[in-house]
Design a protein around this ligand. Structure first.
Ligand code: SF4
Ligand code: SF4
Length: 339
């Protein structure tokens, strides 16, 4: 496994990272064994978030004996200093470590969120204080919005950017990543498999290998999954004509109805949890029925409140037919829950 430097940070990491969401539903011992297998295969970069329920705790157990040999990234979605400081302490405890290598402000995807985290007594203040105290080595940001990420990078405050990147979400190649590389910001590609929408891992990673300055962090839930990805990296192949055609077909299949999880449509005055509801399809592909119910059940109940006012559709930059998609997803959820 190749080692690369993450932007201008001092963090040396494996060219593929580990995304910490899919270990949430795994029993603890199984999750630990998957993470240990990843270490054995040369993965040294592990990304999680305070919000990913049991993920930090499981990573903490698995990484403890190798703490100095791995790079741990986690995140807080708190917007104020007090909340961020509390989250950091919780992450340190759950990860069983004295320091976080990369601490990211999570899902800063609109102008208001960016203003909040950068305001006096905002989350950034607490995180910068923790870095000065030696609890954090580097500060990064994660986002789903190109315009917000651009504004964040222009501040010069963030050493890394985590952003969705795959062959159906390739806009950042032109619109965002050139700015990030000019600022020597390390780029972490979240959702290399489209958040579970893309089933052809071979196509996904062939595409990503064309952009080696972006470190993908596939969510890993089994030893077999990481073995397959490593195999693709050890025997890299260029995209063939047939691959390019397949990519175009997939792009046109998902293009019209694909939610990019940017949350421009939120909030809905009726309380409909739009972006969560639209995550049902990829979640159902990756998680057990019980976990989907636990994670998205409350959000699915909010669909009934939709009065089809159309406001969200006007705000969606991808012009998604949101009201129809909500109904489709609710029907799918009922069908899935009964199966
Ligand atoms: S169409 Fe439905 S989900 Fe969208 S803003 Fe109106 S009530 Fe909310
Ligand atoms: S529905 Fe549109 S605006 Fe809302 S999260 Fe999805 S892509 Fe973004």
């Amino acid at each position: 496994m190749k080692t690369i430097q993450l932007g201008a940070t001092a963090l040396e990491i494996s060219e593929i990272g580990f995304g910490g969401i899919p270990i949430i539903p795994l029993p603890r011992d199984e999750a630990v064994s998957v993470v240990r297998h990843c270490i054995d295969r040369g993965i040294t970069f592990f990304d999680t978030a305070n919000m990913y329920t049991t993920s930090e705790e499981k990573l903490g157990i698995a990484l403890k004996s190798d703490r100095s040999n791995v790079v741990i990234a986690t995140k807080t979605a708190q917007r104020d200093a007090r909340g961020a400081a509390d989250h950091l302490e919780l992450s340190l405890r759950q990860l069983q470590t004295d320091w976080i290598d990369l601490y990211q402000l999570h899902n800063v995807s609109n102008e208001d969120a960016l203003k909040q985290v950068l305001a006096p007594r905002g989350a950034y203040e607490a995180v910068a204080r923790a870095r000065d105290a030696g609890k954090i080595r580097c500060i990064g940001i994660s986002s789903h919005s190109i315009s917000t990420a651009i504004e964040a990078l222009k501040t010069g405050l963030f050493q890394t950017l985590q952003f969705p990147f795959n062959f159906i979400e390739s806009d950042p190649l032109q619109a965002l990543f050139p700015l990030a590389t000019r600022h020597q910001v390390g780029i972490i590609g979240m959702k290399p498999l489209g958040g579970g929408l893309l089933e052809r891992a071979d196509l996904c990673f062939k595409f990503l290998q064309q952009h080696p300055y972006v470190v993908p962090i596939p969510g890993i839930r089994s030893s077999q999954e990481i073995d397959e990805i490593i195999e693709l990296y050890q025997n890299p192949k260029p995209l063939s004509e047939a691959d390019l055609k397949a990519i175009e077909t997939i792009r046109s299949d998902v293009g019209e109805k694909f939610c990019h999880r940017c949350e421009y449509c939120m909030p809905c005055a009726q309380g409909v949890q739009i972006s969560s509801v639209l995550m049902l399809r990829p979640a159902a592909k990756r998680l057990s029925c019980e976990n989907v119910k636990g994670w998205l059940g409350a959000a699915m109940e909010t669909v009934e409140k939709c009065i089809e006012c159309g406001e969200c559709e006007q705000k969606c930059p991808y012009h998604l037919p949101i009201a129809d998609l909500l109904k489709e997803n609710l029907a799918l959820y009922h069908q899935y829950s009964r199966s």
